[in-house]
Design a protein around this ligand. Structure first.
Ligand code: PHB
Length: 405
């Protein structure tokens, strides 16, 4: 009896020590020991289903880091300790539903946070709609998730695919650049980015010369770059991200197109890749809901805390993960950690203004962020904010989301 109790307690302590270890690596050991004192309370289980391998691996890590940072900063007000279950989705759409189901059915997570890739996201959406498990999307922009397939338990802390692309179309049209070639990975995110770009660009009088595609995560750009050079457009709009974006920028420069044809994209083209591409991105202008130089106390404090904890500079993915943590914390505070009060928790999350490093944002009726879109320019190793491309952008319009009660 004594041994069993001791054994159980030891296991708890070992678990707590595991959490403390994680937080200690994150430089947050003080909070960890405050948490360890509460080890006897049931923990909230958070599934972090993200890509930890492949072209989006770095994005997954940044999101997980951001989420954990927010949770550790909010630890005292959560009412419960948090336990993580981590699962690599490999950005493989064929594994999306199965992996999500594993977290829900086997691991019994209270909250499923994920993912990066729009195709994988569709599998998660299916499972969280069926199970009703609380869900926050910290990146994937697939519009159906907060559109036709919207649901009260599905939240997004990132963007809808067309959202950052829509302002790019206006910027390009306003500059009098008429004939544009688009180039993207042919899957949900690429297709919806190009559609968002075209929405405003065509309205502004622009013309699409040609739409070029390649399958995800293919990075054989050579023949496409040759074709672009021969088409001689006024500008090119692209969607690539992660390792693929780094490869594209390097190849674009090597093909002699840098400085010859104006290149535009959403900020995913330059987020998290500037260290890897040398000067290939210099001067590149993009639109994104975050930028490195946002000069607010909130952003400065976040950047400092993130750099200290992870010995890395944060990017938009880290911010989206962090904000997913803030959104979760807003819900937890409202129910004082009693996640069985799901309706109350959801209501609090829906209503929460999020005081983000990117600036304050709120959720639309379809539970996608309404947020400012910044114009940025690559200067040195930074995506420096040069202006606001669109204020409080709610896009795409909520039309297709009929939110069930
Ligand atoms: C997506 O698949 O939705 C996606 C992936 C990476 C990004 C943005 C969107 O940077």
């Amino acid at each position: 009896m004594h041994d069993d109790t001791f054994g159980a307690r030891r296991r708890d302590l070992i678990k707590a020590a595991g959490a403390a270890g994680l937080l200690a690596t994150a430089g947050l050991s003080g909070l960890a020991s405050a948490q360890a004192g509460k080890a006897q309370l049931a923990k909230v289980k958070v599934g972090l289903m993200l890509p930890y391998t492949g072209t989006f691996a770095q994005l997954g890590v940044a999101i997980a880091n951001g989420f954990k940072l927010a949770v550790s900063e909010q630890a005292k007000s959560l009412g419960r300790e948090v336990e993580y279950v981590t699962l690599d989705d490999e950005s493989d759409p064929s594994k999306g539903a199965d992996r999500a189901n594993q977290l829900v059915t086997r691991d019994k997570v209270d909250l499923l946070v994920g993912t990066v890739h729009s195709g994988v996201q569709m599998g998660i959406v299916k499972i969280v709609r069926e199970s009703g498990v609380l869900h926050i999307i910290p990146n994937a922009g697939v519009e159906a998730a907060t559109g036709a397939l919207c649901a009260p338990n599905i939240f997004r802390s990132s963007f809808a695919n067309g959202q950052p692309a829509f302002p790019v179309g206006k910027v390009v049209a306003d500059r009098g650049l008429k004939n544009v070639v688009t180039l993207a990975w042919r899957y949900g995110a690429g297709e919806e980015s190009v559609a968002g770009f075209k929405d405003s660009f065509l309205k502004g009088g622009g013309k699409i010369v040609k739409e070029l595609w390649l399958p995800f995560p293919n990075v054989e750009f050579q023949s496409l770059l040759t074709e672009i050079a021969s088409l001689k457009p006024d500008a090119v709009f692209v969607f690539f991200a992660g390792g693929g974006a780094a490869k594209f920028l390097t190849d674009w420069k090597a093909a002699g197109l840098k400085g010859r044809i104006p290149l535009f994209g959403t900020g995913f083209l330059t987020e998290g890749v500037l260290e890897a591409v040398g000067d290939a991105a210099d001067g590149l202008e993009t639109v994104m809901h975050y930028g490195d130089g946002i000069d607010t106390p909130r952003n400065r404090a976040f950047r400092l805390a993130y750099a200290k904890a992870f010995k890395l500079q944060p990017d938009v993915y880290a911010v989206q993960g962090y904000d997913a943590g803030l959104l979760f914390a807003a819900g937890m505070k409202a129910v004082k950690g009693d996640i069985s009060k799901k309706k109350e928790m959801i209501a609090a999350m829906r209503a929460a203004p999020i005081d983000s490093p990117r600036g304050k944002w709120t959720l639309s009726k379809s539970q996608n962020p309404i947020q400012d879109m910044y114009l940025r320019k690559v200067i040195g190793k930074e995506n420096r904010v040069t202006g606001v491309a669109m204020k409080a952008l709610d896009y795409p319009p909520t039309g297709s989301c009929k939110m069930p009660a």
